[in-house]
Design a protein around this ligand. Structure first.
Ligand code: AKG
Length: 235
């Protein structure tokens, strides 16, 4: 299926202007009925589909990204539908998303600051289900800083984005390629003036939000896909 090679002009209204390029935050991208249906599908998966990590659990769909290419696996229809819908916005340079990570965070759980790296088309898109979270962004560790100036997570903190259930978040450019993102393992989020999309996410500085269980669908495109026999070194 052909998709636009750049993000549609219609999405300009969703750009978060108080963040570096480029963040699109689209509230209510899916309906409450779609949210319930997606959660049902996520929790229908067998126990073996889940990987338990120390601070969250996840399901990997579409194949395992690898520098030599991902051995692609067909996505189930309930995920393919959203890969198509997000790709039709032009999020992946004309390509179609082919990989989805499902993360489940109970209150108090999170993910360490990290970059998504070079195996993906440089765009990450996330649908949130069940609860809000606060996604925090950090400058990378710089080799320019004097050695006696310690670069703590606190000193590298840049801003946060409030992602509400049913929203779609799209990160591109510096927000994908330069800055790291992570989620604090906390039970409550204080909304400060560092939340760059505060009004678009329907909140105000000073608010205190209590987390529930959040499930995120991280929808991405792995451009390099290989056949099994290529990966195994056969012709
Ligand atoms: O749950 C999220 O919104 C972030 C997930 C994430 O950063 C990842 O899977 O790499």
């Amino acid at each position: 299926m052909d998709h636009p090679s750049a993000i549609l002009d219609d999405l300009e209204q969703f750009v978060v202007k108080d963040a570096p390029p480029t963040v699109y935050y689209i509230p209510d991208f899916i309906t409450g009925i779609e949210e319930s249906h997606l959660l049902q599908q996520v929790y229908k998966a067998t126990k073996t589909k889940w990987t338990q990590l120390s601070n969250r659990r996840l399901q990997n769909w579409g194949g395992l990204p690898h520098p030599k290419g991902m051995l692609g696996e067909k996505l189930p229809d309930w995920l393919q539908k959203y890969c198509d819908r997000i790709s039709a916005l032009g999020a992946f340079g004309g390509k179609t998303a082919n990989h989805v990570l499902v993360n489940e965070y109970n209150p108090g759980e999170g993910i360490m600051p990290h970059e998504d790296g070079p195996l993906y088309h440089p765009t990450v898109t996330t649908i949130s289900l069940g609860s809000h979270t606060l996604l925090d962004f950090y400058r990378p560790i710089s080799s320019q800083e004097p050695e006696d100036a310690p670069q703590t997570e606190e000193s590298r903190y840049l801003l946060s984005l409030l992602v509400q259930p049913r929203s779609l978040l799209i990160l591109q450019d510096d927000m994908y390629q330069r800055f790291l993102h992570g989620i604090q393992g906390t039970h409550q989020d204080s909304i400060t003036d560092k939340v760059a999309n505060v009004s678009a996410a329907g909140s105000i500085p000073g608010a205190l939000l209590t987390r529930g269980t959040r499930v995120s669908l991280t929808v991405r495109c792995v451009p390099k896909v290989v056949r099994a026999n290529v990966l195994l070194g056969r012709k």
